[in-house]
Design a protein around this ligand. Structure first.
Ligand SMILES: O=P(O)(O)OC[C@H]1O[C@@H](O)[C@H](O)[C@@H](O)[C@@H]1O
Length: 999
C-alpha cells in the first residue's frame, strides 16, 4: 500500500513516530487484512452528486435506561497563506474581470487560490505531536458516521454496486481529505450500510420462507419522491426481508475497505445480527434511523411532536441504543491505543459514553452537524438525560455555531446539574471541552465541478431561457425547517410591494424530497400541498399566459444542472427557519465568483454566523425579506463585488480541510492539556484496608452532605440510607475505632438522623458544637463569641433571597446558610458570587467571620472555629489518651490509622490540618503520613489538599462497608471476606481481585 509522505521520510528523526505502522492493513478487521487482490474499483466519491439533501449538512439523512452505567466511570480522563483576492487590479479593473470565464481558466484560478491557501499549512504528524508532545498518538483516525458514503445495491454472488450517497457532501469531503496523501493521518470510516437496495429476487437462509424483492422506497417511505403536485409515484410492493449470505457480506466489506478514496468498515444492523455466522436478514431497515430522525432531528430544529403514550418511542429508543452499541462494538474491533475517534452527529449521541465505558483512556470527540436547541426545548425530550450523558463521554464536543455550544453547556447544567462555562463541562470526574467549528466545503472541488463543459452548456441555456429577467434561485429539501413556504410568501410580498419588478424577476425553486423520517404525521404532504397552493396563487396573480414568476422543480436535479443554476442566479435566496450549516449557500458563493450575485441568507441558519457579508434576513418578516430582495436587485456592482470578494475569501479559506484540521488540532490540544492538570489519585482501597487492619487505634472523620449522602435539591431530604447507618454502626462498634461526623449541619439534624448510634461523635455547624461518642450532651465552643454579625448577614441574605426565586435562608444556632439549590442554576450561581463579594466587603471586614461558598449555597461562620480545628483537636486528644496508657510499644502511643473524607471547601480545612499533623516524615509526626488517608469526594481534577479522591458518596459508603466488614455492597467484593476476621493474604487478594472491577 502507498505510504504517506511522512512515512517515506522516516529519517526525519521525529521524536514521536507512530507505533502502529501507517498505511498497512493492520488497521482493518482481521478478516479483511491481506485481501488486497481483485478488489473491484468503486466509484470515486468526489464524483458524488449535488442534486439533493446537500443544502444542509446538518441533516444529511442519515434500551435500556442508563441506570448508573456511566456515573461510576473514571475519566483520567486562508486567507492565512494567501491574501484575499484584491477587489481591484493595477488597472483598476475588478478582480473578477481579471478572471477569464471558461472551464479551464476557472479551474486553474480556483486551484491557484486554494493551493495558495493550503500551502502554508499543510499538516504533518510532527506538527500535531508538537502541540501535545506527551500524547501517544498512533496516527490513526476512526470516523464514526451514521451512513457509509455510498448507496448500496446488492445482487447475490456478485460485486456490490456502490454509488455515491446523496447529501452530506462536506462531511464526505472531509473524509476524502483525511484519507488522502495530503493528510498525515491514517483514516477509516465506521458506518452503517444504510438501507440496502436489491433489484432481484434473493435466496432465503436455510430453513426460512423464501423472500422476494426489496425496494428501498418501500422500506423508508419518506425517501420516495414527494408528490408535490398531488400525484404519488407508484409504490413498490412491501416485502418481509432481505437475506444476505456471509460470503456476500464479506465481499462488501472487502470492497469498502479497499475503496480508493475512503476506506469504510460497515456496521451491519439487523435484529439478529449478533451471530452473523451464516449471513444477515434485513427487514425494516429504516428502523435504525427512526428515533434520531423522528425525535432528535425534530427537536433539535425546534419542532415538537404531539405527546404519545410512549410505546412507539420505547421501541425506537431501544433500536437507537442498540444501533449505537453495534457501532461501539465495531469500533472496538479496530481500535488501538493512541487512535482518535471522531463521532459524527445526532444519530450517534450515545456512542461517546459507550466507548468511554469500555475504553476509559480512548481519545474521543463528538461533532454535532445539526443545531442544538436551548434547554427550554431540550427538556421536553423524555430521553434528554441519556442523550446528554451519552455525548459527555467525549473529550471534545464541537458545534457549528456558538449559540449551539452555549445551549449544550446550559443543558448539561440545568438538566444534569453539571457545572459548566463557555469552554466546557465538568462531568464524571473530568472535563469535557466544547468548541465552535463551522464546517466548510471543498472549495477547489466545487469550483472544478461548477465549470465543466457540460455545466457551461447548461449555464448558457439557462441564461438564454431567462434572458432579460433577473433570476432568484432557491434550492431546498422539502421539510418544515427549510422555510420554502416562507420564501414563497416573501416573494409574493415582494411582487406586491414592488410592482415594477413584475414580469422581470423569476424565482426558480428546486425542491428535493426529504430523506429524514422527521414528521411521521403527514406533515411532509401538508407542506407539499402548502407549497403547491402558494405557487399556484403567485403564478395566478402575477403571471401571464407566457410567464410564470415561480418556476418550481420538485425533483432531484443533476449535479451539472445544480451548478449551472447557481451560476445563472442573480440572487441566492435561503430562508430556512432553522438549520445547522447550509452548504448550498457556500456553493453559491463559489459559483458567483464572476458574477457577484448577492446571497440573501436566513439568520436562523448556522451559516449566517460565518457569512457576515451575506444579506441576513428574518424569514418570518416577509416584508423585510421582500425589501432585501429589492435592495439586492438594485445593489450597485462595486458593492456586490466587494461583498462577493469577502464571501469568496471566507469560503475558500475556511474550507473543509480547514475545518477538520482545526477540529483535530483543538482535540490534540485538549487531550494534551488533560495530562498536565492536577490529578489526585484514586483511593487505593487495598492499601487502606491493609493499613486499617494493621492499626490498633484508628480515627475516622466523615463530612455529611455530599460525602455520606448525595447532594439533593431539598437539604432536609438528605437523610442517611440504611447502608450508611449499618456501616457506621458496625465501624463504631469496634472498640479500636473512634468515628466522628464533622458537618456544617446543626445539632438537631445530626442528633435526629444519626444520634441513635451511640458510638458516634459529632461536630456540628463546622465545629461550633461537639458531642462525644457515648454522650448526649453538646459542648458549645462559640459560647463566648459575639453573634451580632448574624443580623447583618441575614439582612444581606434576605436581599438576595428576594432577588432569586427559589432561594432560601437556613438559620442555625451559629452558622448561617443561603441556599440556591432550588433556584435557576445560572442565576443562583451568579447571584451567589455577588452575595459573597458583598459579604466579604461589609460584614466580614467588621466581624471575625468567614464567608464560604458551598454546593449551591453560601455559609458564614466564625473564623476561629472550623473543621480543621476540630480535626486537630481530635487527633491530639486521642494521641494524648494513648500516651497516657504508657504502652511499651512505641507505635501504640499514637493513632495508627486516620481516614478523613469530605467533599467541599469547608472540608479542605481538615485535609490541611491532617497534612500538618502527618509531617515531618521522621516518626515524630502526630500521625504517620502513610497511615493518614485524606480523601476528597469528586473529580480527580479538583483542586484539593486531600491525598486521594473517590468519585461519589456511593464510593464513600462502599469504603466504610469494606472496612466495617459489612457485605451486600452489590459487588460481592467484601462478602464473606472480612467476616473471616483474619488478616490473611488470601482474603486480601480476594478483595483486591474485585477492586479494579469496582473502580
Ligand atoms: O458540612 P456538610 O455536612 O457538608 O454540610 C454543609 C451544608 O450542607 C447543607 O446541605 C446544609 O443545609 C448546611 O446546613 C450545611 O452546612
Amino acid at each position: 500500500m502507498a505510504q504517506k509522505p511522512e512515512d517515506q521520510q522516516g529519517s526525519k528523526g521525529l521524536p514521536h513516530r507512530p507505533q502502529v505502522p501507517l498505511r498497512n492493513d493492520s488497521f482493518l478487521p482481521p478478516h479483511l487484512r491481506s485481501s488486497v487482490t481483485a478488489v473491484p474499483v468503486t466509484p470515486d466519491i468526489t464524483q458524488e452528486t449535488y442534486e439533493s439533501d446537500n443544502s444542509n449538512n446538518s441533516s444529511g439523512g442519515q434500551g435500556p435506561s442508563r441506570g448508573d452505567y456511566f456515573s461510576r466511570r473514571v475519566l483520567d480522563h486562508a486567507i492565512a497563506a494567501s491574501p484575499a483576492p484584491d477587489s481591484t487590479n493595477r488597472e483598476g479593473q475588478s478582480f473578477h474581470n481579471k478572471v477569464t470565464v471558461g472551464a479551464q481558466e476557472g479551474k486553474k484560478w480556483m486551484n491557484r487560490l486554494t493551493e495558495a491557501t493550503m500551502a502554508g499549512r499543510r499538516e504533518s504528524m510532527s506538527e500535531f505531536r508538537e502541540i501535545s508532545p506527551d500524547l501517544a498518538l498512533s496516527g490513526n483516525i476512526i470516523s464514526a458516521t451514521f451512513n457509509i458514503p455510498h448507496s448500496l445495491k446488492y445482487r447475490k454472488g456478485s460485486d456490490w454496486e456502490l454509488t455515491p450517497r446523496r447529501g452530506q457532501s462536506a462531511l464526505f469531503d472531509s473524509f476524502s481529505y483525511l484519507s488522502s496523501d495530503d493528510s498525515p493521518w491514517n483514516h477509516i470510516v465506521v458506518a452503517w450500510t444504510g438501507e440496502i437496495e436489491t433489484p432481484t429476487d434473493t435466496p432465503s437462509p436455510p430453513g426460512t420462507p423464501p423472500t422476494t424483492t426489496v425496494h428501498l422506497s418501500a422500506l423508508n417511505h419518506l425517501s420516495k419522491p414527494v408528490p408535490i403536485d398531488g400525484v404519488a409515484p407508484p409504490t413498490p410492493p412491501l416485502v418481509d426481508g432481505l437475506w444476505i449470505p456471509r460470503d456476500d457480506m464479506l465481499r462488501l466489506e472487502n470492497q469498502l475497505s479497499h475503496n480508493k478514496r475512503i476506506k469504510t468498515i460497515p456496521v451491519w444492523l439487523a435484529d439478529d445480527s449478533d451471530g452473523l455466522d451464516e449471513g444477515i436478514r434485513l427487514k425494516d431497515q429504516a428502523r435504525w434511523r427512526r428515533y434520531a430522525e423522528h425525535d432528535l432531528y425534530t427537536l433539535f430544529h425546534y419542532r415538537q411532536h404531539e405527546p404519545t403514550d410512549g410505546r412507539a418511542e420505547r421501541v425506537q429508543w431501544a433500536d437507537y441504543y442498540r444501533m449505537n452499541q453495534k457501532f461501539a462494538n465495531r469500533i472496538l474491533e479496530v481500535y488501538k491505543p493512541g487512535d482518535i475517534v471522531i463521532v459524527h452527529d445526532y444519530n450517534l449521541m450515545l456512542l461517546p459514553s459507550m466507548l468511554r465505558q469500555r475504553s476509559p483512556h480512548m481519545y474521543i470527540s463528538f461533532y454535532l452537524h445539526s443545531p442544538f436547541p436551548s434547554s427550554e426545548f431540550l427538556r421536553c425530550l423524555p430521553r434528554r438525560k441519556e442523550v446528554l450523558e451519552g455525548v459527555l463521554g467525549a473529550n471534545l464536543v464541537g458545534f457549528q455555531s456558538y449559540s449551539y455550544s452555549r445551549h449544550f453547556a446550559s443543558c448539561c447544567t440545568r438538566i444534569l446539574g453539571f457545572p459548566s462555562d463557555t469552554a466546557g463541562i465538568d462531568a464524571y470526574g473530568g472535563r469535557v471541552e466544547i468548541g465552535v467549528f463551522p464546517i466548510g466545503i471543498d472549495a477547489t472541488k466545487v469550483a472544478s465541478l461548477a465549470w465543466t463543459d457540460e455545466v457551461n452548456t447548461k449555464y448558457g441555456n439557462l441564461k438564454k431561457l431567462y434572458e432579460g429577467k433577473k433570476v432568484i434561485v432557491g434550492r431546498d429539501r422539502l421539510d418544515t425547517v427549510r422555510g420554502v413556504a416562507q420564501k414563497l410568501m416573501a416573494f409574493e410580498r415582494f411582487l406586491e410591494m414592488y410592482p415594477e419588478w413584475r414580469e422581470k424577476v423569476v424565482l426558480i425553486q428546486v425542491t428535493s424530497p426529504t430523506s429524514i423520517e422527521e414528521e411521521g404525521d403527514g406533515s411532509e404532504s401538508k407542506i407539499a400541498s402548502r407549497v403547491s397552493e402558494l405557487i399556484m396563487k403567485i403564478n395566478g396573480m402575477y403571471g401571464s399566459l407566457g410567464f410564470s414568476p415561480v418556476q418550481h422543480y420538485a425533483q432531484y436535479i443533476s449535479q451539472e444542472e445544480y451548478f449551472a443554476l447557481l451560476r445563472a442566479a442573480d440572487i441566492g435566496l435561503i430562508t430556512s427557519v432553522r438549520d445547522g450549516m447550509n452548504t448550498t449557500s457556500l456553493e453559491y458563493v463559489i459559483c458567483q465568483r464572476d458574477t457577484a450575485g448577492p446571497l440573501i441568507l436566513s439568520e436562523f441558519s448556522g451559516t449566517a454566523g460565518s457569512l457576515k457579508d451575506a444579506i441576513h434576513i428574518n424569514p418570518w418578516d416577509l416584508s423585510g425579506v421582500a425589501e432585501a430582495i429589492n435592495n439586492a436587485l438594485l445593489m450597485p456592482k462595486d458593492k456586490r463585488e466587494a461583498m462577493q470578494n469577502s464571501l469568496l475569501a471566507h469560503v475558500t479559506s475556511k474550507n473543509v480541510q480547514f475545518w477538520i484540521v482545526g477540529f483535530l488540532r483543538r482535540l490534540v490540544n485538549v487531550l494534551g492539556s488533560r495530562k498536565n492538570i492536577i490529578s489526585t489519585p484514586l483511593l487505593d482501597r487495598s492499601e487502606m484496608l491493609r493499613r486499617y487492619r494493621a492499626a490498633k487505634k484508628r480515627l475516622f472523620m466523615f463530612d455529611y452532605d455530599g460525602t455520606l449522602t448525595p447532594i439533593v435539591r431539598e437539604p432536609s431530604a438528605a437523610v442517611p440510607s440504611e447502608r450508611v447507618i449499618t456501616s457506621l454502626k458496625a465501624l463504631a462498634a469496634d472498640p479500636q475505632n473512634a468515628v466522628w461526623i464533622i458537618s456544617g449541619r446543626d445539632q438537631e439534624f445530626l442528633s435526629h438522623h444519626l444520634g441513635h448510634i451511640s458510638g458516634l461523635g459529632f461536630s456540628a455547624e463546622h465545629g461550633s458544637f461537639m458531642r462525644n461518642p457515648g454522650s448526649t450532651e453538646w459542648e458549645n465552643l462559640v459560647e463566648k463569641f459575639d453573634m451580632g454579625w448574624q443580623e447583618e448577614v441575614i439582612a444581606v441574605f434576605q436581599k438576595y433571597t428576594d432577588k432569586v426565586p427559589g432561594s432560601f435562608i437556613e438559620r442555625k444556632r451559629c452558622a448561617l446558610t443561603w441556599h440556591y439549590r432550588l433556584a435557576d442554576p445560572e442565576q443562583g450561581l451568579h447571584m451567589s458570587r455577588e452575595c459573597q463579594k458583598e459579604l466579604e466587603g461589609t460584614v466580614a471586614r467588621k466581624w471575625d467571620v468567614e464567608v464560604m461558598p458551598g454546593k449551591a449555597n453560601i455559609e458564614v461562620r466564625p473564623t476561629f472555629i472550623n473543621k480543621g480545628e476540630i480535626a486537630k483537636r481530635l487527633v491530639n486528644t486521642y494521641n494524648a489518651e494513648l500516651k497516657a496508657l504508657e504502652s511499651d510499644d512505641e507505635s501504640a502511643r499514637k493513632l495508627e490509622f486516620v481516614l478523613c473524607m469530605g467533599d467541599d471547601f469547608t472540608d479542605e480545612d481538615m485535609f490541611r490540618a491532617l497534612n500538618g499533623l502527618s509531617a515531618p516524615n521522621d516518626g515524630t509526626a502526630e500521625v504517620e503520613a502513610e497511615n493518614t488517608f485524606s480523601v476528597t469526594v469528586g473529580a480527580s481534577t479538583k483542586v484539593t489538599l486531600a491525598r486521594w479522591h473517590v468519585l461519589e458518596p456511593q464510593d464513600v459508603i462502599e469504603c466504610v462497608a469494606l472496612l466495617a466488614g459489612v457485605g451486600g455492597s452489590g459487588t460481592g467484593a467484601t462478602d464473606g471476606v472480612l467476616s473471616m476476621g483474619e488478616n490473611n493474604l488470601a482474603a486480601l487478594a480476594a478483595v483486591e481481585d474485585h477492586i479494579p472491577e469496582k473502580l
